[in-house]
Design a protein around this ligand. Structure first.
Ligand code: TXA
Ligand code: MG
Length: 331
């Protein structure tokens, strides 16, 4: 049974404690209910993807209470500052360059250098962010492929136990996901229409391009605006050994893995190998995926050999990202 709790002060404190421990909490916003996690905790953010059963890691929105909190995690452009001053708190999400010092899990942006941020206006969402004292990462609180939830009952029907705890705060007034605008490039680009309309945006920042994302939560097709994380170093997937000049991104024990030309992977220098999860735990692997890829990529190896990861549960999303990252270099 899903635990649905009225959003009293005591229950909001309980929900914040759950988030602090790395747990998930579904909570009301004015647009739709969100499935929240501490945005700075890799494992907690990985658990969101696990709960939703998403076959890929789409970047998720990080929720803050005001401009000052957003300033700690992203670089504001002039247009972004203007839009935030007019529409926050409210149903507008801004995509902006993420600061190196943001402290956010790289999973929230699926490895991209940009970050989606939004200040919701729903008082329960605001109180929860305040009680946690950190940004909350939250996609809509529904299983992948089903409709976005606007009541606590929708959340319970769609996610069941996987929602963790559901804070009930009535029906979402807007009932549609927030407008998403990418302000990381030279011209603002509307990626998802919502209650803040194209006309509203144009009134404040002039020219706005429109590049709507694919409907639903299917992996985006090439040519669509959502870019994918691509390391500089070539990836070799489903590797059963390591070639000279390659680093190793392992999954599980490596005691039987060899080096081409002789030797054992376990004797490689520590800076040449990282393990997504020694215990073959897919949630742990998802939590480590982008940060380990970034670290190995920065060290200038000729290649990265990536061990096989099973195509089950979160393994689907991990493999989807690895394949895109491997394919991107050939293009
Ligand atoms: O109303 C909402 O926005 C709700 C509530 C809970 O706040 N949240 C929501 O999150 O709809 P989600 O994860 O279902 O949708 C986030 C959207 C996706 O379409 C995603 O592709 C896009 O924002 N997005 C997030 N980060 C992005 C980035 N760095 N670049 C491009 N698109 C991004
Ligand atoms: Mg959604």
């Amino acid at each position: 049974m899903t635990e649905i709790l009225e959003a009293t002060t005591g229950n909001i404190a309980k929900a914040a404690a759950r988030l602090k421990e790395g747990g998930l909490v579904a909570f009301p916003t004015e647009t739709v209910y969100g499935l929240g996690a501490d945005a700075t905790n890799d494992r907690a953010v990985a658990a969101i993807f696990e709960a939703k059963g998403r076959p890929s890691f789409n970047p998720v929105i990080v929720h803050v209470n005001d401009r000052a909190e957003a300033d700690r995690i992203v670089e504001f452009t002039k247009s972004a500052a203007l839009l935030a001053s007019v529409f926050w708190p409210g149903p507008l999400t801004l995509i902006l360059p993420r600061k190196e010092s943001s402290g956010l899990s790289l999973l929230t942006s699926a490895g991209l250098p940009t970050q989606a941020v939004r200040a919701p206006s729903h008082p329960v969402a605001r109180d929860l962010i305040k009680a946690l004292g950190k940004p909350i990462a939250a996609p809509s609180a529904n299983a992948s492929g089903s409709l976005s939830p606007t009541t606590p009952q929708h959340v319970a029907q769609s996610l069941g136990d996987r929602a963790g705890l559901v804070l009930a705060g009535g029906k979402s007034a807007v009932g549609l996901e927030s407008t998403v605008v990418d302000l990381s490039g030279p011209v603002p680009v509307l990626l998802r229409p919502g209650a803040v309309t194209l006309e509203d945006l144009k009134m404040h920042v002039g020219d706005v391009q429109v590049e709507l994302e694919a409907k639903g939560e299917k992996p985006k097709s090439p040519g669509q605006l959502l870019r994918h994380y691509a390391p500089k170093t070539p990836l070799r997937l489903r590797a059963v050994d390591v070639k000279p000049g390659e680093a190793l991104l392992a999954f599980g024990p490596i005691r039987f893995m060899g080096l081409q030309g002789g030797g054992a992977a376990k004797d490689m220098p520590p800076e040449m190998r990282m393990n997504l999860s020694e215990n073959r735990d897919l949630t742990e692997a998802a939590a480590n995926l982008f940060s380990m890829l970034h670290q190995l990529d920065a060290r200038g190896f000729q290649g990265i050999a990536v061990m096989d990861i099973p195509e089950t549960g979160l393994g689907l999303a991990i493999n989807d990202r690895l394949r895109r990252a491997a394919g991107a270099q050939k293009a």
